[in-house]
Design a protein around this ligand. Sequence first.
Ligand SMILES: [Zn+2]
Length: 186
Amino acid sequence: MSITAAMPTAKERLRRTRTKRVSHLPAIKLSSLLPSHIDLRDPLKASLVCGDCGTWVPVTGMQSKTQKLVPHHTGKAGVDAAIRCRSSNRRIEWDMTIPEWHQALTDAVKEADSRTATTVLPKAFSPATDQTLRARAQRTPAGRLADWTAVLPRVAATDAHRQTVPAGDAPAQSPAVPLDKLQINH
Ligand SMILES: [Zn+2]
């Protein structure tokens, strides 16, 4: 044996197997799985997510008496180490019809959609802010004008504030503050 020989890696999963072996573990009930962990779109190419290794495994024997998960390794074919999954050759109990599975899957998808809609909705900006942000993102003269328009009311308000001198605050013995220079020219 060569020193460089690689460790055996997980094998591809065959859909049809000849083995008569059946796992001693109890049969997997379809109703015990998440609808999204069952694929019966093409009943002759059914697959399930194996509860033991958490990977998609083809179901064999769809046209014979017993249906089983095919013998499989736990990891990715050709990448992970060849470790046999204990749920290999495990029987499947069809306690759910295909229309029932389809309905359960549809309901689960609807449920997930409604949950997403309530949690992921972005916070709405005011129309003015939205307009400013859009124009700014475009970096156009219109954008700069929009920036200026957005900030003008605040500038005017600040200047107006500056010009109001409370009575009694003006120093009695010094020249008056030249207020006329603080006017803004539109
Ligand atoms: Zn498995």
